[in-house]
Design a protein around this ligand. Structure first.
Ligand code: G1P
Length: 275
């Protein structure tokens, strides 16, 4: 399946990254040489996406979009000329599911990727192409085996029948179930390919976990109708949503970076050697 549009929910308040996010939106925090959101957009571009719908909270639209378009919209970031970026404002912080729903009009009746800005792929270990290849028209969620701690932090799938070594039918979904209630260890790690029918599921949702409209609950709705698959990732995504994992992500992407990897690797080796 070819997917030409991606939704990037970027309206989170970044509370786990305070105080860095007191005045800077979380997705604008730099990782090596570019803000987190640029890494995410580039990942989508590598998968053939030409249109991005970024959902932001009120007040930060100009800051975020001037990164790609220049202050007056006149100075496009190098390499992003052919890319369309549409801004959508989430007026109230009602949850991730609500943020994705705000993109409905911009996406229309097309399948779309949903890329969470907290999670970054190391270039070369991209997973979006696998989601597109796995889809038979149904939505496909990227899954990863979680440890105990992850069961408190991520949405978790109720697995059904395996259709291949990495592809499984999803029969249900629970947001942050914790170890005792977890139906499996297969967690949602921030990359989704949705059939547009997910918007109908989101429309009808009541607040769920944490009093918020949860994307995971819409996935549970799709799963109930047999309309959802999972694809088990063959590489980890990086998490830039907490202090400790942000540091790890910076180190890892520094080691990948064509311009900085050599000196960064040497520096880390020296540092560890000294310790
Ligand atoms: C969100 C989703 C959760 C998903 C996670 C991936 O949680 O609600 O299902 O597993 O992103 O990063 P959050 O990190 O916003 O608490």
């Amino acid at each position: 399946m070819h997917v030409d549009v991606a939704v990037i929910p970027a309206a989170g308040r970044g509370t786990r990254m305070l105080p860095a996010t007191r005045s800077v939106p979380k997705v604008m925090l730099p990782i090596v040489d570019r803000p987190a959101i640029q890494w995410v957009v580039e990942e989508g571009m590598r998968a053939g996406v030409g249109e991005f719908v970024i959902v932001v909270n009120p007040g930060v639209e100009d800051l975020l979009f001037s990164h790609f378009e220049g202050m007056e919209g006149l100075d496009t970031l190098e390499g992003f000329d052919g890319v369309t970026i549409t801004r959508v404002v989430q007026e109230e912080p009602l949850g991730l599911g609500h943020a994705v729903l705000q993109a409905r009009e911009a996406v229309g009746d097309r399948p779309f990727f949903c890329l969470l800005g907290d999670n970054l792929a190391v270039p070369g270990l991209d997973q979006l192409g696998y989601l597109a290849a796995a889809s038979d028209g149904r939505s496909v969620i990227l899954l990863r085996d979680l440890d105990d701690e992850g069961l408190d932090k991520y949405g978790v799938a109720v697995p059904g029948e395996w259709l291949g070594e990495r592809i499984v039918e999803v029969n249900g979904a629970i947001e942050k179930p914790g170890r005792d209630a977890a139906p499996s260890r297969l967690g949602f790690v921030g990359r989704y390919l949705f059939n547009p029918e997910v918007f109908d599921r989101l429309e009808g949702l009541d607040p769920g976990y944490g009093g918020e409209i949860q994307l995971t609950d819409a996935i549970a709705g799709l799963a109930e109708d047999g309309r959802c698959l999972g694809y088990v990732a063959d590489a980890d995504l990086l998490d830039v949503g907490t202090h400790a994992t942000y540091l790890e992500a910076t180190a890892r992407l520094g080691l990948w970076h064509p311009e900085h990897s050599k000196s960064w690797r040497a520096f880390l080796q020296d540092l560890v050697g000294d310790a």
